[in-house]
Design a protein around this ligand. Sequence first.
Ligand SMILES: *Cc1c(COP(=O)(O)O)cnc(C)c1O
Length: 409
Amino acid sequence: MNTTIELEQKYGAHHYAPLPIVLVRSEGVYVWDDRGNRYLDMMSAYSAVSHGHAHPRLVKALQTQAERLSVVSRAFYSDRLAPFLQRICLLTEIEMGLPMNTGAEAVETALKAARKWAYSVKGVSAGKAEIIVCEGNFHGRTIAIVGFSSEPQYRAGFGPFPAGFTLIPYGEADALEQAITANTAAFLVEPIQGEGGIIVPPDGYLARCAEICRANRVLLLCDEIQTGLGRTGRFLACQHEDVTPDGLMLGKALGGGLLPVSIFLAKREVMEVFQPGDHGSTFGGNPLAATVALEALNILVEERLPERAAELGDYLIRRLRAIDSPLIKAVRGKGLLTGIELDTRMISGQAFCLALAANGVLSKEAHEAVIRFAPPLIITQAQIDWAVERIGQTFLEQEAILKRSRQSV
Ligand SMILES: *Cc1c(COP(=O)(O)O)cnc(C)c1O
């Protein structure tokens, strides 16, 4: 047994079940383990590493700013926050932003904003605000957020939970229309469900939801923590349907793969419900994070990462669909957010990821059955070819193993 793994098992909580690989170094789309093996990273930390590992411009921005000014809290202004906020508001075409650190914090911020907006602007009676969410959602791991998850394991043992959330099926705009009441503050939705298993809703779904929200004076809150910042082939996944949400959450890739940086963006009418003292975060919007996030946005635009994701994503999905294996149930995705759904009667997602890692490609299953392929957006076509060849080979090996085990019974 590897001593690093033993030590982590002994001193660390067991809330994850990592593959037994100890990573020690990274560059671009590659990571290396403690034995010197190189892997192509097809998961990029759940899309947090869209810019690739250790992007030279981001590392330089981080180093330079760390020597100048890093953390001052929001008790003072810093010269780094305003340029970041201005850039992200112009890019998203949303009026104001509130920076936090992790994705879950941005979602919590959105929930607080929506509730206070419902009471102070829409006129919902005290304590009655409702927020509609979707089955299969993933918005983070706080008590409030897991409280409205439809995944039993995320909730089990953690109640009681805050009230005021209504679950509806994902991908059905009619269900939204039916669930709205006079007390509905907001509809919180992922344009594509990432952790839910790369679930792409029908074309027109988000646009129709936006219409329904507008007609009923309900805020449309889009969680683009995973789908945003170029991942699906547009700067925001909402833009595939020309939707500008009333509130937007970004995180993951916003930190350039170096730091946790998240933000809740909203139109002025919503963001202005926050008064001094209503909300906060010691580290949210710190000069170091704001510097890295601004550079991450600049790189995204200058290196045309959304356009790359669109082109190479189409290519990747075409190549994955060409893999002919009885172990595959479906291939789906948009841009460089793609997944293969396995037939779990024959193989588990975890077993497949382990075998794939042995062939030099890192990934992680979502919801047991779906292997996600979401590499850094800087990946090249040749690197995709290499990965697809390894993925195809892994399917062949697993089919052979299955055949042998069937013959031996
Ligand atoms: C990862 C994720 C979150 C939570 O982000 P953390 O930084 O892990 O708190 C929220 N929403 C979506 C859609 C995500 O993919």
